[in-house]
Design a protein around this ligand. Structure first.
Ligand code: SF4
Length: 437
């Protein structure tokens, strides 16, 4: 429902959807909340802010120098949250003023009370509430290191913590030791997540992402019960592999529309019509499962597996201490696809700098072509980000490796893409600095 009105010379547009509430004032400000009242995003005068459930806020801005991004410090974040809450109170006041003039009124009085209730909920989400909300998030979740871009609105459930390798010299995503949760722990975690999210679940119901870095590395005897718990808790049925359907809250808003910027995010998913379970898997461990194992998981809702190939060039994988070889990735992807599950393959652009560029391009093309990718599969190009504190920058320096310029990276991406023989595969860039959960 979209309603519009005017008061004191200001234009207000209120968009209440099943999963979100967006309020805009004029053309330079829009505040979006989920249906639990949590701040999702705030756009104002060219600056876009995204709040993570962990309480941090990423600010993004397009400038003449390019795209700028930074995390607000805690004082700035609290001020922004309070501003958004204050704005919602102002909207409530405006709606009650005698000079309020409906341009597009709600069609029924009941709809108006729903709008009031949703705005009141948002007005209560101030910096004090947000702080305690972030603490609850930290009690329920281990840090969520990264998701593929088409899964940013997934419901994350963590079957494992950390990464089973933690050796890659460019990676700073996981700091805790790898651990597999027991079925009882996982069920308790799932219920805690559901209770914590409450009505926010409506926004994160397009898929389930099984975390963390390498959840599918769990041996089948322990992985099957995890998938079964998800099916039990969400009342899914799975007689056929394409029949996996959640019911209740997870399904309720599946087909509902969202405010524009969320809709853009949803459209970025290549298979937004396919509900199900999604997860990362490293190519090396993936060879320990066969086609029948992946079929078992497909029957239980597995829809796409994301593999951080990074490169098809073995000397480069060895140099950056990425476990496994390119041949493992081919074998793993073929087994997954033979089981009817799609893949998302992530290629790191700029990895290994000038020293490895030629080999990286040639071998990555060969490996991607050998994977027999097709409709429903994704290839992500992710630019290397030299994270401070990781071994990669010093390693590159010690080997006199020059980082590629942005033009060289762009050329590398184009060189790989232009020589791929893949039909129906979707390509996208993947900027890990934009990830916010
Ligand atoms: S396997 Fe993935 S998550 Fe683990 S250290 Fe390497 S890049 Fe990071």
């Amino acid at each position: 429902m979209i309603v519009q009105g005017q008061s004191a010379g200001l234009d207000y547009t209120i968009s209440l959807k099943d999963a979100s509430l967006a309020i805009s004032l004029g053309e330079q400000e829009i505040i979006v909340r989920d249906r639990a009242g949590r701040l999702y995003s705030l756009y104002q005068n060219g600056r876009h802010h995204r709040r993570s459930l962990n309480g941090q806020i990423l600010q993004k801005q397009q400038t003449a120098a390019g795209r700028q991004r930074r995390w607000l410090d805690p004082i700035e974040a609290a001020a922004l949250i309070d501003f958004a809450a204050q704005r919602f109170r102002q909207v409530l006041d405006a709606l009650r003023r005698p000079d309020w003039n409906w341009i597009t009124p709600p069609d029924q009085p009941a709809a108006l009370s729903e709008v009031f209730a949703a705005i009141e909920l948002g007005a209560r989400f101030d910096s004090v509430t947000a702080q305690s909300d972030a603490a609850q998030f930290a009690a329920v979740y281990s840090p969520i290191g990264i998701l593929p871009p088409d899964q940013y609105l997934a419901l994350v459930l963590q079957a494992t913590e950390g990464c089973s390798f933690n050796t890659c010299t460019f990676c700073d995503l996981y700091h805790q030791p790898f651990r597999i949760k027991t079925p009882d722990e996982f069920r308790a975690h799932l219920r805690e997540v559901r209770a914590y999210l409450g009505d926010s679940l409506r926004l994160r119901n397009r898929s389930i992402f099984l975390g963390a870095a390498n959840a599918l590395a769990i041996p089948m005897s322990r992985l099957r019960p995890i998938f079964d718990i998800i099916a039990q808790e969400f009342n899914c049925h799975s007689e056929r592999s394409d029949a996996w359907r959640p019911t209740g809250a997870l399904r309720r808003t599946w087909a509902e529309s969202l405010p524009d910027q969320l809709e853009t995010l949803r459209r970025s998913a290549s298979q937004s019509d396919k509900m199900g379970i999604y997860a990362f898997l490293d190519a090396f461990t993936g060879t320990r499962k066969d086609i029948d194992d992946y079929r078992v998981l497909a029957e239980r809702g597995l829809r796409r597996v994301y593999i951080g190939l990074e490169s098809g060039h073995d000397p480069l994988l060895e140099f950056v201490r990425k476990p496994g070889h390119a041949a493992d990735a081919i074998e793993t992807v073929r087994a997954i696809k033979a089981a009817g599950v799609n893949v998302g393959v992530i290629v790191m652009i700029g990895l290994g700098g000038d020293r490895f560029s030629a080999g990286h391009i040639a071998d990555t093309i060969d490996v991607l072509n050998a994977m027999q990718l097709g409709v429903g599969d994704l290839i992500y190009f992710s630019d290397l980000v030299e994270a401070p504190g990781t071994p990669y920058p010093a390693l590159a320096l010690n080997h006199s490796i020059r980082a590629l310029t942005s033009e060289e990276r762009s050329a590398q991406r184009t060189a790989i893409r232009n020589r791929l023989r893949v039909n129906g595969v979707k390509f996208s860039n993947y900027d890990v600095r934009e990830f916010v959960y």
